[in-house]
Design a protein around this ligand. Sequence first.
Ligand code: DC
Length: 218
Amino acid sequence: MKNFQVAIDGPAGSGKSTISKLIAKELKFQYLDTGAMYRAITYQALALKINLEDDTAYQFIEKLKLEYKNDKMYLNGKDVSLEIRKPNVTNNVSTVAKNKSVRIKMKDFQQKIASNGQVILDGRDIGSNVLPNANLKVFLTATIECRANRRFLENQAAGIKSSLKELLEEIALRDHTDATRKYAPLKKADDAVTIDTTELSINEVCAEIIKLIHERMF
Ligand code: DC
């Protein structure tokens, strides 16, 4: 099987994981949600009560068993997919993701997974840092109002109460932290294709990306 790497980056709520999962299913690519990995580290760091700002406090990662399979995140064999979406993780993950030692380990791990077969990775620095030679790089954007509203509707569907105002504030803060950090910030790679998803349906975005994959694959 020919190797083929797709990198999907963008800010919170731009549709990256929903769209990446659907494309991976349709094309039978392996999918890796790199945000889920940073969330799993954050979950463990909170459980260990380390100082999240201390770059030297993350040695525990060496002994962690991180696995992403069937759209679920496993930490030492335990499915933590639900726990890593909770507010205490969401509100701290950008702080954890700023640490250089964490980013180096995650990059290494992600590159190993992506080195074989046909893969789609989504995150913040995939096209600009983790997979600089990806066959296709996409940068998804949407207005912050649209992104907050998507989260609000997702929460509603999952029976989680949330406030649109608080979601807007949380996303704005996370965007700022992710885009201004020193190491591998959220950034569009120079050769990435930008798709503004504000006015597009999920199916329209998927179709556009699948078209780009086919153009570059065959
Ligand atoms: O995609 P997400 O919202 O689940 O990502 C959670 C956080 O993880 C995000 O705010 C920043 C960090 N992250 C990162 O720094 N680099 C990545 N490649 C993916 C996520």
